[in-house]
Structure formats: structure tokens, C-alpha cells
Design a protein around this ligand. Structure first.
Ligand code: A3P
Length: 284
């Protein structure tokens, strides 16, 4: 099976194991000059990775076209790459889907930067549904309705979207935390890239920003084999036959949700997120 339970949460055993997860939380030392991309799966993580990688090299696509994405920016919870990450010198760019309660404790006492990407959960469900249908051995969802119920219950890798989002959103007032919306990135790529540059303290020329935007576009990433974690990572290859980049649009949920499913989900969203300022999310 591709599932392992850790602290009550289903975790992907393709990528991680109990020892790696324990080490990640208890012992992994986050440093002041680290930058960590954090997200719930299918939120646009790989898009942000590509953007941050490109910003690092002033927009030049050579690096992203020659090194697989998971080696450029390893996952903290990756059982194969955690050691490599520990031994890396200089500023590290890392990635994680870990919920706040499983995140390295050392982060909360240092100045490392976190970029947290959020996406309309209805589009996340839709995106994840298509990935789940590409699982080779694990039971595929019967239909969208069954999958929607599993998602709502949190019976998916990394657990409930609501818990993940609430847990991280509470940290947004920490000094070094940048909240980015997938939809905002799509609507205003330049503004978003400039915001990220400012957050990282990196100055790019306007033509370098153009390069970052062009080389991280959906079509550029779709063409770049190195950007597809599922296709490049031997472990993933064995269990998933779905493209990492599927449609890359906002609102595809409308082609999957019935009106009743959508209304029920909106109600649930309001209930679960009621403690937060409703103006925070740009979706509903
Ligand atoms: P879809 O399945 O809706 O197409 P993650 O990297 O967090 O797993 O997210 C994957 C989702 O981000 C997929 O959504 C993928 O197509 C989308 N994505 C990746 N790169 C993108 C880009 N450059 N522009 C728009 N969407 C992108």
C-alpha cells in the first residue's frame, strides 16, 4: 500500500517513513537563511518551486532544464533526500507538505522564510481526483462523489485540507511568512513574482522577471521533463501514471461538482473557516 499512518494522518509511503518523519519534526535543524515552500498537495507547489528556482538564477532556465525538480529543492520529509539536505551548505531551498504540527520544531525559533501557497480547495479536490485515478496499485476512487467525501473526511495524504490550512494560516503573522494564492499568481504573475523577490530580498531587473515568468509558465513547465516529479522520480514512476501538470487552470471544479455538492462544500467551508476573516480567501 502507498499509505502509512503517522500521528493519525495518512502519509505517502512512496516518499517517507516513520523514522524520517520523526527526525523531521524533532531533530531537523532549520537555519536562518533557509527558504521553505509549504503547501497542501495540488496547490501549485511545483509552480512556486520553479519560480523560486528561477529567481535564484536570475531567470536563466539552464538549471531547471537539467536538474530534476526534487533534487533542486528536496522535500524535508523525503526519506531518500533528508540526509542530503542536512549536509547542504549555504542557503537551502526546501519544500514540504507537512502540517504545522509535524513541521520541524526548530523553524519556530528561527528566522527562516516560509512561502505558503494556497489554492481554491474545490480545484485541489478536482486536481487530486485526477491524480488518484492515475494510481497504479492503490484502489482508485469509484467516482467523484466518493472521492469528495474522502477528501472532506481528510482520508487523503497529509490529512484534512481544513486542518492543514487552519494550522498554517495561524502562523501568518510570524515575521518571515509569505502567503501566496494560486489564483493571484495566475491573475498577476508579475506582481506575484515581484512580491516574492521582495520577500526574499532579491533584486531582479525587469527583463529577468520576464524570464522568470516565461520559464515558469504552464506550457514551459509542461515541456520541461525535469519539472515533472511523477515522471522523474523512480519511486513515483512505479505508482502514479498521471502527469504532474494536468490543466493548470482555476475553476475546473465547475466541470466536476454538481450544484448540490458545491453548495454543501461552501457550507462546510464557512463552518470550518468561520474563525478567520472571510475576506482572506479570494474564492467564494
Ligand atoms: P491541475 O491538476 O489543476 O492542472 P502541486 O505542485 O502542488 O502538486 O500542484 C499541481 C497543480 O498545479 C496541477 O493542477 C498543475 O497543473 C498546477 N500547475 C503546475 N505548474 C503550473 C503552472 N506553471 N501554471 C499553472 N498551474 C500549474
Amino acid at each position: 500500500s502507498e499509505c502509512l499512518f503517522f500521528e493519525g494522518l495518512p502519509m505517502p509511503s512512496i516518499l517517507t517513513n516513520v523514522e524520517t518523519l520523526c527526525f523531521a519534526r524533532e531533530e531537523f535543524l532549520v537555519r536562518d537563511d533557509d527558504v521553505i515552500i509549504v503547501s497542501y498537495p495540488r496547490s501549485g507547489t511545483h509552480w512556486i518551486i520553479e519560480i523560486l528556482n528561477l529567481i535564484h538564477v536570475n531567470g536563466d532556465p539552464t538549471w531547471i532544464q537539467t536538474v530534476p525538480v526534487f533534487l533542486r529543492s528536496p522535500w524535508i520529509e523525503d526519506a531518500h533526500l533528508q540526509k542530503d539536505l542536512i549536509n547542504r551548505n549555504g542557503p537551502r531551498l526546501m519544500v514540504s507538505h507537512l502540517p504545522v504540527q509535524l513541521f520541524p520544531r526548530s523553524y519556530f525559533n528561527c528566522n527562516a522564510k516560509v512561502v505558503y501557497i494556497l489554492r481554491n480547495p474545490k480545484d485541489i479536490i478536482t486536481s487530486l481526483y485526477h491524480v488518484s485515478r492515475g494510481f497504479v496499485c492503490k484502489k482508485q476512487p469509484e467516482n467523484f462523489d466518493e472521492f469528495l467525501n474522502r477528501f472532506i473526511k481528510g482520508d487523503v495524504h497529509y490529512g484534512s485540507w481544513f486542518d492543514h490550512t487552519l494550522g498554517w494560516i495561524k502562523k501568518r503573522d510570524m515575521g518571515s511568512f509569505l502567503l501566496i494564492f494560486y489564483e493571484e499568481l495566475q491573475r498577476d504573475p508579475r506582481g506575484s513574482v515581484e512580491k516574492i523577490c521582495q520577500f526574499l530580498g532579491k533584486k531582479l531587473k525587469p527583463e529577468e522577471i520576464d524570464l522568470v515568468i516565461r520559464n515558469s509558465s504552464f506550457s514551459a513547465m509542461k515541456e520541461n521533463k525535469m519539472s515533472d516529479h511523477f515522471a522523474m522520480d523512480g519511486r513515483m514512476q512505479k505508482v502514479i501514471i498521471a502527469p504532474m501538470l494536468r490543466k493548470g487552470v482555476s475553476g475546473d471544479w465547475k466541470n466536476h461538482f454538481t450544484v448540490a455538492q458545491s453548495e454543501d462544500f461552501d457550507k462546510l467551508f464557512q463552518e470550518k473557516m468561520s474563525r478567520l476573516d472571510p475576506g482572506l480567501f479570494p474564492w467564494f
